[in-house]
Write a protein that binds this ligand. Sequence first.
Ligand code: ADP
Length: 344
Amino acid sequence: MKKKRFRFRFNLRLYFTLIVMAEIGISVVVAVILGVFLNLVAKGNILLPLTVWQILLSLLIGASISALLGKWFFGPITQLSDAMKKVADGDFSVRLTADKGIREIEDIYANFNLMAKDLGATEILQTDFVSNVSHEFKTPINAIEGYATLLQGDENLSPEMVQYVEKILFNTKRLSGLVGNILLLSKVDNQVIQSRVSTFRLDEQIRQSVVLLEPKWEEKEIEFDVDLERVEYTGDENMLMHVWNNIIGNAIKFDPPGGYVGIKMKQRDGEITVTVEDSGPGVDEEAKKHIFDRFYQADSSHKEEGNGLGLALVKRIVDANKGRVTVENRIGGGCRFTVVLPRT
Ligand code: ADP
């Protein structure tokens, strides 16, 4: 039978008592020695009585010891707070190990690890479920969309019926967009994308995205300013296309008629930086915090035109490419999305 190794575990109260006792002891001993030394050096000519010197020195030494020990003592709490922040941001892989032998800290860490593990398992279950359901939705939605498109061309339909068919088509498109985004998200989460890597021109891809969105920006008479350096990039071409379609698509969507969209790309110091700016309403501080969360929509007037998954997808794809994406407001109005990718 394996022998269990004995390990002494302090409890926090004992630890605290020992520390305070040690602190007082050290302070008093050092203060007495220093006080006596001072008295000898000054040959009794010091202005303040010896006891006052000793109290002052004790306070000074005690405070220094507290400051030094405090950092060591509260380290595990800071560590716990950082880990909790990570969990709040959706990273359930974080685990803590206690190495100081304090019973309470070990218990808190063990419970924290259990919580993070359970939350991770629930998240996997939930995403698997959502992606399976979405997969099942795909076929019936395609069938409805197909038949509605066929009906749209029927000349015998009354004007009222034409309207109904248009409504069916609009909503099935929304639904298939939602299902498509959910499936894409789960693909990125499961890191399926890294398997389809190729080298392509990033500037060409962004231009393609602008061309693809032409019907939308032409309808709103939006002015485009595109300034892209030639950049060769190695990554998943299809997935990156979603990044530009979403960010540029949003810039067009939130721009007022006759608005402006500026797209720039440059390569510096091992990084590729793409900025997309618009002259829309911009994003407030609350929206900035949540804009990359799933299903978040700050602007209710455009709710019908989206599903709040676009930017969540953008963030995941950029993260999977070891890049970063941020948003800020422009001084003159509107906002600017910046995507930074490492040079490949
Ligand atoms: P949606 O499908 O609703 O556009 P997104 O994930 O793409 O979902 O965007 C989330 C929310 O972020 C939007 O609903 C909107 O409130 C805000 N947003 C995104 N892009 C812009 C932009 N260019 N200007 C202002 N708000 C934006």
